[in-house]
Design a protein around this ligand. Structure first.
Ligand code: 5GP
Length: 184
């Protein structure tokens, strides 16, 4: 009998890595002020857990808002090309924007989001991703969407837990786990 779930990154490692990321981000945005705080844009739903921990560990003034991108093949989106569902209209003019993402896979989602806010007047747009699968990146997107702050680089495996789901299940798992839906 094979296992459906295998722990890839345990809870304690995730927590300590998020503290490290928060320290780097706080240092890099040390110039942000109450009048012009960093604008954190959390991608729903997967990044909600990562964002909650990261944001609470930051020591610089920041604002939190939420965005959502539809990025999978279905009847609503037969091309599979990512489209904004929420957050397209957020005013980013002159703002330092930090997108908080669960995982950068092919890079299409972060390409859309980063280009959109850059074109709409953000002063800077960076990416903080809990997980990064560089081996899956579409050719041509590599540098564009590489996370500025990356928790863990992982191989080409499907993972769940710490906010990441499979058909809305397994988000609450306390570790990042490799999931094999075919295992019995
Ligand atoms: P990208 O546009 O970079 O290909 O994909 C981004 C989205 O695909 C992520 O935000 C996430 O929702 C989903 N995704 C990619 N890889 C995984 C994975 O291993 N597990 C889960 N649960 N979602 C993933």
């Amino acid at each position: 009998m094979s296992q459906a779930f295998t722990t890839l990154i345990p809870n304690d490692k995730i927590r300590s890595r998020i503290s490290e990321l928060a320290a780097s981000i706080s240092a890099d945005y040390a110039g942000s002020t109450e009048d012009n705080p960093v604008l954190l844009l959390c991608t729903l739903r997967g990044a909600a857990f990562f964002a909650a921990d990261l944001v609470r560990a930051l020591t610089v003034p920041c604002e939190l808002d939420f965005i959502k991108v539809h990025s999978y093949f279905d009847d609503v989106n037969p091309s599979g090309i990512p489209v904004f569902e929420l957050g397209r209209e957020i005013n980013v003019t002159g703002r330092d924007v930090l997108i908080i993402e669960d995982i950068v896979d092919t890079g299409q989602t972060m390409d859309l989001v980063k280009r959109h806010y850059t074109e709409h007047g953000a002063k800077s747009v960076r990416i903080a991703a809990l997980l990064n699968k560089p081996s899956r990146r579409l050719p041509g997107l590599k540098d564009m969407v590489d996370p500025d702050y990356s928790g863990f680089e992982i191989p080409d495996l499907f993972v769940v837990g710490w906010g990441l789901d499979f058909n809305e299940k397994y988000r609450l798992l306390p570790d990042v786990m490799v999931y094999d839906p075919d295992a019995v």
